[in-house]
Write a protein that binds this ligand. Structure first.
Ligand SMILES: Cc1ncc(COP(=O)(O)O)c(C=O)c1O
Length: 347
């Protein structure tokens, strides 16, 4: 039996999911929301199942309206998918021919390199540990014509970001390059390109957002992109017509209706819990990278912390990339998760 050689060459993207929920541990390994959604939201989701509409194929009447209202963007600039993972893949498939240059930050979220490999891109990287990230990206873009450049704003796992205006300059200075700006953690950083470009949306910009992090819907798998209408038209050919389940679509509308309540969690994490964890690490003399997101990267974390966290039933993420050998990433969660983490750090 024959497979396409380009597929045989690609490794499966397999995050270390095994046994997470059944472990009973505090899960600080995937940057998820640790607190459940507000009871009113959960009740509305449960009611949806009781209505018994599972036998009907999805249609998405309210979803685009809700996204348009949230982003302030017209519906022809919006496209949703099964998590931002699917959208990253769709964007690469829409614009990359085999051998086209793709610029990817490193270290960064594994899905970028995976989508690039599936599209048979010629991958170049720029260094997310550089002192001046905008300059590192600028130099990499100037070095050669680039079909697509990806930016994590903030970047996972380093937590840094390129200042919004500097990134916008790069977008405008390189009109022949697609810019895929992944804002999975933008609720936490408080920075988004969207607020800068609403009226004059650059044709080469694609901003990806997710409901998996601050909005607490990782299990239901919903993301969306804001892009110029020609890109939306092409993406619609790649994603299936019913890929997003009705319950996922409904859940997005519910969390957006309860947005203030749902996102109160973000301020708690960033203003209360994260500073407490950072202080505890400083007291222990354990260095970490400054982060604009709900996670911290700890360069010597495996040696300094992994055993201690494990003994206290806490799961962090041992980073797999060769350039991050010995690094541990921990998510910052809500009050209970932080209490457990501080017990481990201070105990
Ligand atoms: C930077 C970044 N982008 C995208 C995702 C995936 O989001 P989704 O659950 O919407 O596929 C993650 C998940 O960890 C992430 O860290």
């Amino acid at each position: 039996m024959r497979f396409r050689p380009s597929i045989l060459e690609v490794h499966e993207y397999r995050p270390p999911l095994h046994g997470r929920k059944s472990s009973g541990e505090v899960l600080l390994d995937f940057n998820e929301r640790t607190d459940p959604l507000p009871p009113a939201v959960l009740r509305e989701l449960a009611d949806w199942f009781l209505e018994g509409a599972t036998q009907v194929y999805p249609e998405y009447p309210g979803l685009l309206e809700a996204l348009a209202e949230t982003t302030g963007m017209p519906q022809d600039h919006l496209f949703f998918g099964v998590g931002s993972d699917q959208l990253i893949d769709c964007v690469f498939r829409a614009v990359v021919d085999p051998g086209d240059a793709a610029l990817i930050p490193t270290p960064s979220f594994a899905m970028y390199a995976h989508a690039a490999a599936l599209a048979q891109a010629d991958v170049r990287t720029f260094d997310m540990l550089a002192d001046d990230l905008a300059q590192a990206a600028d130099e990499a873009l100037a070095a050669r014509p680039t079909r697509i450049a990806v930016f994590g704003q903030p970047n996972n796992p380093t937590g840094g970001l390129i200042p919004t205006l500097a990134l916008l300059d790069l977008v405008r200075d390189n009109p022949d390059t697609w810019f895929l700006v992944d804002e999975a953690y933008a609720e936490f950083s408080g920075e988004s390109l969207l607020s800068r470009v609403a009226r004059q949306y650059p044709a080469n910009l694609i901003v990806a957002r997710t409901f998996s992090k601050a909005y607490g819907l990782a299990a239901l798998r919903v993301g969306y992109v804001v892009a110029s209408p020609p890109m939306v038209t092409q993406l619609a050919k790649i994603r299936g017509p019913y890929d997003l389940s009705t319950v996922a679509s409904h859940a997005v509308q519910v969390v957006l209706r309860h947005r203030d309540d749902v996102l109160a969690y973000v301020r708690e994490v960033m203003d209360v819990h994260k500073p407490r964890v950072e202080l505890a690490l400083r007291v222990l003399g354990i260095p970490f990278l400054p982060s604009r997101a709900n996670f911290l990267l700890i360069p010597d974390g495996v040696a300094l912390l992994a055993d201690r966290l494990k003994a206290h039933g806490i799961r962090g993420r041992v980073m797999g990339q060769p350039e991050l050998k010995g690094c541990l990433r921990i998510s910052i969660g809500g009050a209970e998760a932080t209490r457990r983490l501080l017990d481990a750090l201070e105990g």
